[in-house]
Design a protein around this ligand. Sequence first.
Ligand SMILES: C[S@@+](CC[C@H](N)C(=O)[O-])C[C@H]1O[C@@H](n2cnc3c(N)ncnc32)[C@H](O)[C@@H]1O
Length: 348
Amino acid sequence: MAKQKNPAPAAVKRTSIDAIDPTDINAVRRDRRELMRRPLRANAGFLPNDIIHCCQTPLAPNCFTRSNWHPGNLYGEGMQSEQIRLTGARETLLITLQAKAEESAMPDSLLRDCFAADALRRIDQDSRHLKVGHDMIVGIAVRAYILDRWTEAFLRRCPEATVLHLGCGLDSRILRIDPGPNVHWFEVDFPDVIALRRQIYPDRAGCAMIACSIVESSWIAELPADRPAMIVAEGVLPYLEEDEVPQLLRRIAGHFPSGEIAFDAYGSFTIQLLRFHPVLLATGASLHWALDDPAEMVRQVPGLELIEDRSDWDIGQVARMSPPAQIAQLFSTVLTPYRMGRLLRYRF
Ligand SMILES: C[S@@+](CC[C@H](N)C(=O)[O-])C[C@H]1O[C@@H](n2cnc3c(N)ncnc32)[C@H](O)[C@@H]1O
């Protein structure tokens, strides 16, 4: 039989997590419902309840590694992909993912996140309409890089620790850092984001996923409290309401015996400006929480102590930005009250 010249392309694996269409009963939704009902695997050990999905298998052999990654078509047209419809704060994960992928494809990349581009390729929701500009790409990479280094430093001091990665989105921090076997790592985000994350990233021993809003009150109480904890929240807390952030930090600091909390924060003026940023407007996400004075957090959360407050990016990184962004960065560094954004590290 003559060979078909242009065989029909293999069926694209599509998984919708569109929460808007209630008739769309598909694989991910079934999976989510199943996940919410599933009792914990018996051997999970450190895992408490059924909002937590445990990844017990070691890294799959075909998973991304630094050595098998090839830069290429970031947006992966025609590739097998996960179809998604993220909106609002959830959609902002595409901003950071796109920024990390694009920065990592630059010859002078700081972050060198080879996993972001792979994740972006596998998502069917095109993020190009978000138009993440060059300065934002560099800024997001610098922020992620510093949070990576802080997390690594903590894990060097406490190799038997818990890591809570709040509002993880599709960030590949765990793969970039590659923590040791005695680290219990929890990725936390909304259920539909976690469902997508599970489609994109391979299971990994020591890593569990928690599918709920970080402001829900119950999930932290169910985590094991026997180890020091590193809490990382990148690009997440400004989406919460004013009173939700101190409440969340109080729950965390009250639960673990000791640890550190690292996150980015913006002053109230910057939050007002960011509300009109075209990239954020395109997602429909709204920002609420602002922090003008890092000491305020210490007053609001008993036991918290500020150990690092950074807004002075490395001069080499600032030099990669446009002249207006360089000037803004200089003002922000020199004139403390006008700081646009900062990275904060507290201990408790
Ligand atoms: C800008 S993205 C950042 C994602 C990731 N941290 C990164 O840097 O790539 C914001 C993330 O916060 C998550 N998020 C926002 N509010 C949340 C909440 N209340 N509970 C859980 N996740 C939340 C969103 O779903 C999204 O994944």
